[in-house]
Design a protein around this ligand. Structure first.
Ligand code: SAH
Ligand code: SF4
Length: 390
């Protein structure tokens, strides 16, 4: 995601040993994080175990934050041993962490068991008043290794699509962040360590819909991480049939659409998905979603100099936003090494915003602290792959 301005410390660079070469996933045991209460109960019964143990196990994982079956002391030793044979508990290791002094963004590069590199990011909103016990935390997760959508401006798509993450690997990113960034005391009380989840990391979630939705249900479930559905946002480049499916899903997750072009001409130039699902299909699908869910959707619009930052684009964007009753999130483009695109001047960004405001479109312009090289989605991974293959 377009998260902030983060870099490695030299110490962290020293232990960058990850490779992105992928071995076969079939060689690995399933992750315990893939299981829902129902599937775990069924799996236990199939092993001759008591189904009620599922609730105990999930309580250990998501409330007590156990990191092995060994810790689950109210389970018989034989059950613990059997679970450890069936499931894997250690889905990922930290390859690199990037942060910058004074920056509210921390970015983690994780290596999955097969060697695949995946990013997740934690963004801290500053405390609004001193009485607040802690800052608000948003965690941004990835759903695929690479991305097949091929948006021209995006680092995630540059080296293509490698594979989908499974539900356990998506949940594991959240668990990793819980552990890594836990505020003092939260582990004991069992509260969630973050307030919002955004599915805006590497990959297109709606091209890996089943695993993503399963992971988000686990994040949302009271026996899981208990994050309210309205605090969970799925971002998509515009996979129309899946948006329509989501519109009918009873879960109240929020939707953000990466628009980035207010006409087919501009959008198709930078987002190949628009040739398959042009605006005439995307806009009605987005409308159906927001009407069925009774919630505003967000239109994300990266501002790229001389590509989509004309005031004519701003006027067209305002029309679309008004039709959809959508909120617009303007994001100054983060430069990607090897790509020619640039962010417009601050003045141009403000002019663009003003056009929206004049038309009473609720809009925000995300203020970035700089054009950090690792800031946008997929960039941290890309840099590591480049280093390793150089
Ligand atoms: N595939 C999904 C979610 C992941 S991308 C999607 O496209 O929506 C999350 C967001 O980061 C998208 O809006 C994407 O367009 C944006 N993004 C990608 N590269 C960026 C960059 N270099 N600068 C700013 N935003 C970027
Ligand atoms: Fe994929 Fe989203 Fe990047 Fe497009 S912007 S290549 S859909 S991750």
């Amino acid at each position: 995601m377009n998260g902030g301005n983060a870099r490695f410390s030299s110490l962290e660079v020293a232990f960058r040993t990850g490779t992105d070469r992928i071995s076969r996933m079939e060689n690995f045991r399933p992750l315990i994080f893939s299981e829902t209460k129902e599937t775990l109960a069924a799996a236990l019964e199939a092993q001759g175990e008591k189904a009620f143990r599922a609730a105990q196990i999930l309580d250990w994982i998501y409330k007590k934050r156990a990191s092995s079956f060994e810790e689950m002391t109210n389970l018989p030793a034989g059950t613990r041993a059997r679970l450890a044979e069936i499931y894997d508990f250690a889905p990922a290791e930290l390859v690199a962490k990037s942060e910058q002094a004074g920056d509210a963004t921390e970015k983690f590069l994780l290596r999955m068991r097969d060697g695949a590199l995946v990013e997740c990011v934690v963004l801290r909103a500053p405390q609004e008043n001193a009485a607040e016990a802690r800052s608000r935390k948003t965690v941004c997760i990835s759903t695929q290794v690479g991305c097949a959508q091929g948006c021209r401006f995006c680092a995630s798509g540059l080296s293509g699509w490698k594979r989908n993450l499974d539900a356990g690997e998506i949940v594991a990113q959240l668990m990793f962040v819980c552990r890594e960034c836990a505020d003092k005391g939260t582990r004991e009380t069992g509260f969630t360590d973050f307030d919002n989840i955004v599915v805006m990391g590497m990959g297109e979630p709606l091209m890996n819909c089943e695993a993503t939705m399963r992971a988000l249900r686990i994040a949302n479930a009271p026996w899981g991480l208990g994050v309210g559905a309205r605090r969970i946002t799925i971002s998509t480049s515009g996979v129309v049939p899946k948006i329509r499916e989501l519109a009918d899903d009873p879960m109240q997750f929020r939707l953000a659409i990466s628009l980035h072009g207010a006409t087919d001409e501009v959008r198709s130039r930078i987002m190949p998905v628009n040739r398959k699902y042009p605006l005439a299909q995307l806009i009605p699908a987005a409308k159906e979603f927001s009407e069925k869910h009774g919630r505003m959707i967000t239109l994300e619009f990266i501002l790229i100099e001389d590509v989509n930052d004309s005031l004519e684009q701003a006027r067209k964007l305002a029309e679309i936003a008004r039709e959809l009753h959508a909120h617009v999130n303007l994001i100054p483009y983060n430069a990607v090494e090897g790509l020619p695109w640039k962010r417009p001047s601050g003045n141009r960004q403000m002019q663009f915003l003003k056009v929206l405001q004049e038309r009473r479109v609720p809009a925000t312009l995300r203020r970035e602290k700089g054009a950090g090289i690792d800031a946008a989605c997929g960039q941290l991974r890309l840099r590591n792959i480049d280093k390793e293959t150089a």
